[in-house]
Design a protein around this ligand. Sequence first.
Ligand code: HEC
Ligand code: HEC
Length: 206
Amino acid sequence: MNKLAGLAILTLLGGASALSAQDTEAGKASFATCAACHGANAEGNKALNAPALAGQEAWYLERQLSNFKAGVRGTGSDAFGAQMAPMAAMLATDADIKNVAAFIAALSPASITHDGGGDAAAGQALYGTCAACHGVQAEGNAALNAPTLVLQQDWYIVRQLENFKSGARGAHADDAFGAQMRPMAMMLADAAAMKNVAAYIASLGN
Ligand code: HEC
Ligand code: HEC
């Protein structure tokens, strides 16, 4: 390949990536609404039941926002998800969803507050199964569609495990990824087991 052709290809590639880049400035503007509940740094706010989001991967954020918007998550007995669903509905287009997700994903993981309690050592034994998808450090695994857990508060993790187990989340016909998670939550015998595994995940963040 001659030098000029190489340069032309590079220019083309550069142009393509510029076109597909998300608009984090637009995402930042959308996030002003989100901050009211999720916090200015997306660190979460337990009093408002809103989880930490900072540093979560964009593909997972996009999927959840689309699910809330489409009524795949946040309906029926999911009372807290029902508070989030109208917020996702305010993101009018797929581009709006991508932009706000890109903005949140680029935030540094926030310093989050855990409830504490739970037996992290007992939770470690239970986490062995979870690690297969969510990773040994609970860092998430995009190839397996499993989100990062280490960025999240223990109370939010427990609530989601309860929701998956009861079917408040993951039971919708169009929720293929939630359906993969449901049997995992069902393996956790009771609320104490959920609290223990959440305590272990919280300990990974220290
Ligand atoms: C009125 C308060 C409120 C506002 C405003 C709000 N949220 Fe939420 N959000 C929540 C609550 C409560 C939950 C937890 C739902 C649950 O427990 O399942 C949530 C959950 C989420 C989740 C799921 C996180 C996960 O780990 O699965 C995402 C993503 C999210 N919100 C993004 C946003 C974005 C983006 C905006 C702004 C466009 C926003 N939220 C505005 C209350 C809010
Ligand atoms: C077979 C793979 C797999 C295994 C094993 C697994 N998960 Fe998941 N998990 C998923 C997927 C996929 C999702 C995303 C669901 C969605 O998109 O709504 C998920 C979502 C979650 C969520 C929701 C996170 C959020 O931000 O709302 C929690 C909490 C969770 N898993 C905890 C666990 C725990 C604890 C275990 C072990 C007991 C476990 N998972 C085992 C695949 C798995």
